[in-house]
Each structure stands twice: as C-alpha cells, then as structure tokens.
Write a protein that binds this ligand. Sequence first.
Ligand SMILES: *Cc1c(COP(=O)(O)O)cnc(C)c1O
Length: 343
Amino acid sequence: MNKIEKWVRPNIRSLSPYSTARDEAQGSPDIFLDANESPYPGLGYNRYPDPRQKSLKARVSALKGLPVENIFLGNGSDEAIDLMFRIFCTPGKDNAVAIVPSYGMYTVAADINDVQVRGVPLGADFSLPTEALLEAADANTKLLFLCSPNNPSGNAFSREEILELVRRFQGIVVLDEAYADFSAKGSLRGEVLEYPNLVVLQTFSKAYGMAGLRLGMAFADAYVIDLMNRVKYPYNISQAAQKLVLKALDEPRDREIAEIVAQRERLTAQLPELPCVLKVWPSDANFLLVQVTDADALYAHLLQDGIIVRNRSRVTGCAGCLRFTVGTPEENDRLLQSLKRYE
Ligand SMILES: *Cc1c(COP(=O)(O)O)cnc(C)c1O
C-alpha cells in the first residue's frame, strides 16, 4: 500500500469507474453509432466531449510545466474541492481541518458530504497557525485546507511554512492557489512531484478571465489524480469549455495581470487616505480586504452608486471589513469617488 492509499475511503479504493462509449472505442471510426447522440450537428455540439480532455490537458501541461498524469481538470476548482471530500472522507466519521477565515466552499462541500470541519483561526495579521493546525487533527482527520493567497484576507503564506505543514501533517494537504498568478510568491505546484500528499488547486476563473466557462485544475501525485479521474462525472468539462479555453490560451494574460497588480497597489496606497477607511490589508491577490467605519452602511452606499462589493463583516476575523475586487482603472476611479462622497 502506498503512503496515500491508507487515507482513501475503502469504497473508492475498489471503485470501478463508469466506462464511456468513447473510452472503449478502438481504431479511427468515422461513423458514431455508439453513444445515442443525435447525428445532426446543430450548433456543433451534438457529440459528447472527450472525457479525458486530451488536447486541453496537453496544453495545460505545457503551460504549467507538469506532466499530464499530474493534472486533473474540473468543472471549476469547486469540483476538485468536492472530490477531495468524496475520495478521502467517510461521511459522518472523518473530518478536515481548515484555516479561518478562508474560502466558504470548503465548509459547504464538507457539510454536503457530512464531514466535520475543524476551523483554526489565523494568527495576528492573518499568519499561518502551524502548531494549532497540527494540533486540531486527530486519527480521523484526512484533509487540511490551506489557501494562499488566502481569500478573503489576501495574503500569501511563505513556501517554507506551507511545506513544513505538508511534511508534518498526516493526511492530504489541499493548497488552494486560485490567486497565485497575482502573487510575487508564486506557486508550489511543482512540489507535487516531491510530496504525494500535496494537492494544489488553481483555476481559470480569476487571472485567466474565464469564470463563465468553469474550468479548474488540480495538480497532484499521479495516484491522487487517477482517483480524481475515476470519481468525477465522465463528461465533467463541456465541449464548449474545452474548445474555448484551448483557444483562449493562445493569448497571453501577462499584461492584464500586471495591470490588475498595479491597480491593486494604487488602491492599497489611496484607500487609507479616505476618512471611511480604517485599514487596508496588504494583498497578494486581485482583491483587498478593507476595514471601514461602518461596513453595512458603506456597502449600501456603494450599491446606491451601482457598485457591488463583498460584505465580509460577519466573517470570523473580518469584523468591519468589506472586500473589494480590483477592477479596471476606470472602475477603481468610480469606487474611490463613491467612497470619497460617503459621509
Ligand atoms: C474563486 C475561488 C475559487 C473558484 O474556483 P472556480 O474554479 O471558479 O470553481 C477557488 N478557490 C478560491 C479561494 C477562490 O476564491
């Protein structure tokens, strides 16, 4: 048994996945009477998509510098989060540890799967509480969720701190890097070749500007990726998403990302000058957590001006805080003007 296998749910270890009509096809047929599809093309999507996303995965492999057997593609990284619970946690028995505050989907996916989440508050200035995270785990803890840069606090943790947890935690460490493209600290995805218990999540929803297409990535040891591929829905990525993302990846996003980072720095400098702003947390992401004089009133004021932000004031550790996504320079101008008008 490999190191990871003992943490996998017994029913998943022995799962025979659904075999699609196209998985079984041999040779190069040109008449497809195997999958009960319509023979009429319509918009051009009458055929089921490639269940293994071969072309897209090869492109992602080149982009991310990892072999295809270390890459899972999902219907958003939310699918990968859900799969972690379904693969590793027996409902009503196993549990997961997660930093607080962080991305809400970890708890939602855990609740759906009847898995307890043990939230461990971040330290001062949202620092990583390494010892407390390890102490929160017991014999039934299978997953540890980290998010870096973290949503909603915006800060990234250091490589060494994260790897220390990967080395010491007895279970799977899920490192959510949805915002890594905005961070000078970079990504730890290359470390999955070194650490079989590390799963790194990324997404095309944020820096790549394709939230509407729903495409997320997980990078991990080939054994974990194989489990994910066996448990996923066979046709989890639509033909439209596979085709459009492949096309979009021909265009580099570096200029847009640099512009967003520059605008983030501009807002970080200018927001504290406003009377309604008490504190702006330093951010490695494309949003800012901002403590204000009256979060609910300011949220309503911005909405009146046609600007919707995220009210995080009821989230643990974020009292009085709003979260502003960095927009275009013009959108950020309007945000600053509206905040200036607030009495
Ligand atoms: C936005 C976000 C995601 C979203 O992922 P999808 O790929 O759109 O499902 C994942 N993790 C975090 C922390 C996010 O903020």
